[in-house]
Write a protein that binds this ligand. Structure first.
Ligand SMILES: *[C@@H]1O[C@H](CO)[C@@H](O)[C@H](O)[C@H]1NC(C)=O
Ligand SMILES: *[C@@H]1O[C@H](CO)[C@@H](O)[C@H](O)[C@H]1NC(C)=O
Ligand SMILES: *[C@@H]1O[C@H](CO)[C@@H](O)[C@H](O)[C@H]1NC(C)=O
Ligand SMILES: *[C@@H]1O[C@H](CO)[C@@H](O)[C@H](O)[C@H]1NC(C)=O
Length: 549
């Protein structure tokens, strides 16, 4: 179908949701530059549009009419040509690169929907700090990516605009989950539509999609990257995360974004940042980044029964690979892990229920048609709007959160969950050789006791307990309940509760007869050890691991 203004007008009339948006069908070819993402020829703006599933299969990027895919790629091409012809020096490692942005991060020129019906017409009056930073460094925003509504989900199927499909298929060609909630971001990177993507990670939302799509997904230490302009899900857990094909490019982008922002409500002060740096630059810790063999911890509690044999094999072979490089492996115990998931699913919905209260169709949000309050005299002003605007999973979490925060229940649920959270943080502090840099005093900096301290530098574990589930199984209520999806976060939630840096990198286990298996391996480090975590991830990234004969 050829797109003309009249067809757009006709579609807008039928489907108010569409609202002059244009969807690209970048087919995912590398261009002649070898590293720039989709090309002009592979990207036909508004070519085939499946309005029921606007962000599904091929359409990962969602573009606004005056920022068409062609246009953005054209700018990227010109920049790139200028650099390669020596006409201009690249401003940064991302100058002229296409970067996609999860649709819960505000952009002034493109709508920000959070994949929710309640924000389907919302356009932010400003860019998030991270978007401005990338644009100032020369990056080109390629488009917005689909997600689970407000980031709530582990498979990117809870979207007002339809499920995200993983560019990978399973052996029988079935569509797979791309993971959630940053599934669109991961898919846009995996399908080579973009050089990198920004997502958000509340309990694993960047790492899980990275594991399912075979990309690198990094969640930095809490508070390092500005969250100004990022729509909040659970404030005490949310971080902006970075997805790309390589750890090296993730590191470049992290270096650009890792700075103080006065407007960030969770800003880390400049003094705290220098304290963290000073702590990690003491001789004991600085050496880990260069020469010293690392002590790698294996949390024994993570050997859960839900772990599939192929993921367990990938874990064991990754450890063996690091051991061969001269690093040492140490079993460690994180006993609070078994309660972490339950605590997370009390805390995150609690914070969400209060964050989402503002979407009432008056202050924010798309108002439902018809009279206020169901037309009944005692009806609530926003009942229709919220009833129609939110999807089922968001409603479930609002109800769960409101319940656990209610006066009768707060002691039984929310306060207990906060205690569990403190235990999880304590578990991590007791296994890492480095102390939490924000909790150590200046005199402890000078002490040398940690030289003989037996503890580990990083932890290594799988990102997800299994390979990506089929989309058809997820949407079939007979096969899986929505609660089953919660267990996929079991390995990612603890680092979120403790605010620690973590990266998921893809490894392949060489096949024995049948095809090779791809799995995501997660590296978790002490607060502020972001660089070390990425370095260890890089040692494993993209490796094909073979079982010793
Ligand atoms: C960010 O804001 C500036 C103007 O302040 C605008 O020119 C730019 O296109 C915006 N970026 C996006 C991705 O909306
Ligand atoms: C950090 O954020 C708070 C709240 O937005 C603000 O009041 C404070 O001035 C900021 N701190 C710095 C050092 O910018
Ligand atoms: C992990 O669990 C499996 C099966 O339950 C068991 O065979 C294996 O020994 C366990 N590994 C460790 C390191 O505990
Ligand atoms: C730390 O150890 C080094 C040698 O390993 C020693 O020279 C130095 O005095 C020690 N510092 C303190 C504060 O104990």
């Amino acid at each position: 179908m050829k797109f003309t203004t009249t067809t757009i007008a006709a579609l807008v009339a039928v489907l108010p949701m569409a609202n002059a948006w244009i969807f690209s069908t970048c087919s995912g070819q590398w261009d002649s530059h070898g590293n720039q993402g989709c090309t002009k020829s592979s990207c036909k703006t508004g070519d085939t549009i499946d309005w029921e599933n606007t962000w599904g299969s091929d359409c990962v990027l969602r573009l606004y009419s005056d920022k068409s895919c062609d246009n953005q790629i054209g700018i990227a091409d010109d920049d790139w040509n200028d650099h390669t012809l020596g006409k201009s020096k690249p401003k940064s490692a991302v100058d002229g690169r296409l970067i996609s942005i999860k649709d819960n991060i505000c952009t002034r020129d493109m709508p920000t929907t959070c994949a929710s019906g309640i924000l389907d017409k919302f356009k932010s009056p400003f860019n998030a700090t991270v978007v401005d930073e990338l644009e100032n460094a020369g990056a080109i925003v390629a488009g917005k990516t689909n997600l689970d509504e407000f980031g709530m989900g582990s498979n990117s199927i809870n979207s007002h605009f339809g499920a995200v499909q993983n560019p990978r298929r399973d052996g029988s060609g079935e569509d797979l989950s791309a993971g959630g909630s940053s599934g669109g971001s991961a898919a846009s990177v995996a399908a080579d539509q973009c050089y990198a993507s920004l997502g958000t990670d509340t309990g694993g939302s960047v790492r899980l999609p990275a594991a399912y799509t075979g990309t690198v997904g990094f969640k930095p230490s809490y508070g390092m990257i500005s969250r100004w302009g990022v729509v909040a899900y659970a404030n005490s857990l949310d971080t902006v995360g970075i997805l790309s094909k390589t750890t090296a490019s993730v590191r470049d982008i992290f270096d650009l974004l890792n700075k103080h922002d006065q407007r960030d409500p969770t800003n880390l002060s400049i003094q705290s940042r220098s304290r963290i740096n000073a702590y990690h630059q003491t001789p004991r810790f600085a050496s880990r980044l260069t020469s010293a063999p690392l002590r790698i911890g294996v949390p024994i509690e993570y050997n859960v029964s839900e772990l599939t044999p192929s993921v367990r094999r990938a874990w064991i072979l990754s450890l063996a690979h690091l051991q061969k490089q001269g690093h040492t492996i140490h079993p460690v115990s994180l006993p609070a892990t078994r309660h972490a998931l339950s605590a997370y699913y009390i805390l995150a919905p609690g914070e969400a229920s209060s964050n989402l209260a503002k979407y009432d169709g008056v202050r924010y949000g798309t108002r439902a048609a018809g009279p206020d309050g169901d037309g009944k005299p005692d009806g609530y002003l926003y009942a229709n709007t919220r009833g129609e605007g939110f999807g089922a999973e968001v409603k479930r979490r609002i109800v769960l959160g409101t319940f656990s925060l209610s006066a009768d229940e707060i002691d039984n649920y929310f306060i207990k969950a906060q205690r569990v959270r403190r235990l999880v943080q304590h578990d991590f502090d007791s296994v890492f050789a480095a102390k939490h840099p924000l909790h150590v005093t200046a005199s402890q900096h000078a002490q040398n006791d940690s030289v003989t301290h037996p503890d580990v530098d990083v932890l290594l574990c799988p990102t997800a307990p299994s390979s990506p589930p089929r989309l058809s199984d997820l949407t079939d209520p007979k096969k899986k309940s929505s609660l089953d999806a919660y267990v996929t976060d079991v390995f990612t939630v603890p680092a979120s509760l403790a605010g620690l840096p973590a990266v998921s990198v893809p490894v392949t286990v060489a096949g024995q007869g049948d095809e090779a298996e791809l799995a995501g391996i997660q590296v978790v480090g002490q607060y502020g050890d972001d660089e070390l975590v990425m370095n260890v991830g890089e040692m494993l990234e993209g490796r094909t691991l073979e079982e010793a004969a």
